[in-house]
Design a protein around this ligand. Structure first.
Ligand SMILES: Cc1cc2nc3c(=O)[nH]c(=O)nc-3n(C[C@H](O)[C@H](O)[C@H](O)COP(=O)(O)OP(=O)(O)OC[C@H]3O[C@@H](n4cnc5c(N)ncnc54)[C@H](O)[C@@H]3O)c2cc1C
Length: 177
C-alpha cells in the first residue's frame, strides 16, 4: 500500500510509470484562544476564503490557505495576514483573541484533486493518496474501501477514483495528437 501523502510521488523503488501524480499543496492555519466559558462561536462558520471551527477548550481554528509552492512549509506573514483578515471580516471579535499557534502542512493533490484509491498499474500495489483537502473527512470510507480491495473486492464507491485513470487520460491525449 502506498499512502505517503504529499510525498507519494517521491517514494523510491517503484517501477517506471507507477509513481502517482501527486503534488504538495501548502496549507496554513491558525489557532486562536478565547475564554472557554464565553465562546465567541459555538458553530463552524464558513466564509468564501476561510473557515472558523470552535473547539471545546475555547480555541478557534482558522483555516486554511491553499498555496501551490511545492515543498514549502514555512508559516508566512502573508498567510497569517490573509487568514486573520478573512476571519475578522466574518467575526470581528476575533481581534480580541490570543494567537496561540500557527501551522503549515502539505496536502496531497492529484491532477483533478480527487483521490487515487485502489489497484495501481503495479501488480499487488494499492494506492490510497491524493485526498487533497479532505483526507481527514475521507479516512473511514478510504479505510473500508481499501480493506475490501485488499481482500479481493472491487468496491463501487471507489471505482471513479482508480489510480490508473490518469494513465488512460494521457494515452488518449497522445492518440489524438
Ligand atoms: C492546513 C491544512 C488543513 C487541513 N484541513 C483539513 C480538514 O479540515 N479536513 C480534512 O478532511 N482534511 C484536511 N486537510 C487535508 C488532510 O490533512 C490531508 O488530506 C490528509 O492528511 C492526507 O492524508 P494522508 O494519510 O494521505 O497523508 P498524510 O497525513 O500526509 O500522511 C502521510 C504519511 O506518510 C508518511 N511518509 C511520507 N513519505 C514516506 C516514506 N517514503 N516512507 C514511509 N512513510 C512516509 C508521512 O510521514 C506521513 O505520516 C488539511 C490539510 C492542511 C495542510
Amino acid at each position: 500500500m502506498l499512502a505517503a501523502g504529499a510525498a507519494s510521488a517521491r517514494v523510491g523503488g517503484l517501477p517506471p510509470g507507477v509513481a502517482p501524480p501527486v503534488r504538495p499543496v501548502k496549507g496554513q492555519l491558525l489557532h486562536l484562544r478565547g475564554p472557554a466559558d464565553a465562546p465567541l462561536a459555538t458553530r463552524t462558520i464558513r466564509g468564501l476564503d476561510v473557515y472558523l471551527v470552535p473547539r471545546a477548550d475555547g480555541r478557534i481554528v482558522v483555516g486554511a490557505t491553499v498555496e501551490e509552492l511545492g515543498e514549502d512549509t514555512r508559516v508566512t506573514a502573508g498567510g497569517v495576514f490573509e487568514l486573520l483578515r478573512a476571519a475578522w471580516e466574518l467575526l470581528p471579535g476575533i481581534g480580541e483573541l490570543q494567537l496561540v499557534e500557527t501551522v503549515a502542512g502539505l496536502r496531497p493533490g492529484s491532477p483533478d484533486n480527487a483521490p487515487l484509491l485502489g489497484r495501481s498499474a503495479a501488480e499487488g500495489l494499492l494506492l490510497a493518496t491524493g485526498h487533497y483537502r479532505n483526507g481527514i473527512l475521507l479516512t473511514p470510507v478510504t479505510a473500508d474501501a481499501l480493506a475490501a480491495t485488499l481482500t479481493g473486492g472491487s468496491p463501487d464507491e471507489i471505482a471513479a477514483f482508480a489510480p490508473t485513470r490518469f494513465a488512460v487520460a494521457a494515452a488518449a491525449a497522445g492518440a489524438s495528437r
